[in-house]
Design a protein around this ligand. Structure first.
Ligand code: FMN
Length: 355
């Protein structure tokens, strides 16, 4: 099937996964070239959350895409994926908002409202209590929207096929969507129609910068993470309003993270969206032995176009072959190595021996 400028050889997408293997300045490393190249057989790779400006940095050693060194580093990663027979990737653009810390970024985090993340946060010096973020001024909002658009241009310059705007998992855009984190009384807060405005503006600015066919959007309706606490009623009002505002923009795709194939909520959002839907199934904390393949098939039967899997790709560089042949999957090693460490738990998962 085709997706924006790409022809995909299969419907399996590698979900974006932050792995903290960039330099402290956010520059992609040779280790990342190897990691993504090993996974080149994915129909599509959505590369890990990368920050569009210094303010948006969440954790230590995450990738960024706002300086020339970031563009050069990501270009080398894309080249490695192409050399391994893959296609240009999409890059996820993530601003952490209140999920950030001055000890990591050197800056006080910005957010829709001064509501701190209700948990500790990882910094270069270890876990720290979260700080109260500064509420974004109208000028901060304008600058941030422009930074997303420039980051998208940078991503295309680095060889990406497009970008995914991250409006999921409790990061900045999601903080604007949810009433618990957005207490604003201006044009960006209050009723649902105003809370969706920031995500709509960022998405539109990105689409204008690089083309809607190169712009994806990720949302995680009802997923409680990073202190987000959406009630079912809030979720059912918020996301249809957001999709209605963006449905005529001809975006490359909508990415529904943590989609449950067995609820009508997935079907409702699927039916609202006229274009491609990437669905990332809701899987248990202990990954099933099939890596999510059965849940993915149920989502395809419910109308998803592409299936994104995260941890199964993390542990199986040749996931496509393994699912095709019914081979056993590698298990995820120690969770510790998901976000810390060099090659261990990163580029040392074996592929099947080619017989
Ligand atoms: C190590 C790790 C890092 C992740 N980083 C990101 C990220 O950068 N952006 C994002 O939207 N989701 C991120 N996620 C969530 C995944 O994209 C995915 O939604 C989640 O792992 C559920 O899919 P799975 O059950 O197939 O693993 C991450 C998950 C893991 C395990």
């Amino acid at each position: 099937m085709s997706l924006g400028p790409l022809r995909l050889p299969n419907r399996l997408v590698m979900a974006p996964m932050t792995r903290n293997r960039a330099t402290a300045e956010g520059v992609p490393t040779p280790l990342m070239e190897a990691y993504y190249a090993e996974r080149a057989s994915a129909g599509l790779i959505i590369a890990e959350a990368s920050t569009p400006n210094a303010q948006g940095q969440t954790y230590p050693d995450i990738a960024a895409i706002h300086r020339p060194e970031h563009v050069e580093g990501w270009r080398r990663v894309n080249d490695a994926v192409l050399a391994a027979g893959g296609r240009p990737m999409f890059l996820q653009l993530q601003h952490g908002g209140r999920v950030g810390h001055p000890e990591t970024s050197g800056l006080v985090p910005l957010a829709p409202s001064p509501v701190a993340l209700p948990e500790e946060i990882h910094t270069p010096g270890g876990r720290r209590p979260s700080v109260v973020p500064r509420a974004m001024s109208p000028a901060d909002i304008r600058t941030t929207v422009a930074d997303f658009a420039q980051a998208a241009r940078n991503a295309v310059a680095a060889g990406f096929a497009g970008v995914e705007v991250h409006s999921a998992n409790g990061h900045l855009l999601h903080q604007f969507l949810s009433a618990g984190t957005n207490r604003r009384t201006d044009a960006y807060g209050g009723p649902v129609g105003r809370r969706i405005r920031f995500t709509v503006e960022v998405t539109e600015a990105v689409a204008e910068a690089i083309g809607p066919e190169r712009t994806g959007l990720r949302i995680s309706p009802g997923h409680t993470v990073n202190g987000i606490a959406e009630t079912p009623d809030e979720t059912r009002a918020l996301y249809p309003a957001l999709l209605t505002a963006l449905r005529d923009h001809r975006l490359a795709y909508l990415h529904l993270a943590f989609a449950d194939p067995d609820t009508p909520d997935f079907r409702r959002l699927r039916d609202l969206w006229p274009g491609t839907v990437v669905a990332n199934p809701l899987l248990p904390a202990i990954l099933p032995a099939d890596g999510g393949s059965a849940a993915g098939r149920r989502l395809l039967a419910q109308g998803a176009d592409l299936i994104a899997l995260g941890r199964a790709f993390l542990a199986n560089p040749d996931l496509v072959t393994r699912l095709r042949t019914g081979a056993q999957l590698n298990k995820v090693k120690d969770r510790y190595f998901m976000y810390v460490g060099g090659a261990t738990g990163y580029t040392d998962y074996p592929a099947l021996a080619v017989g």
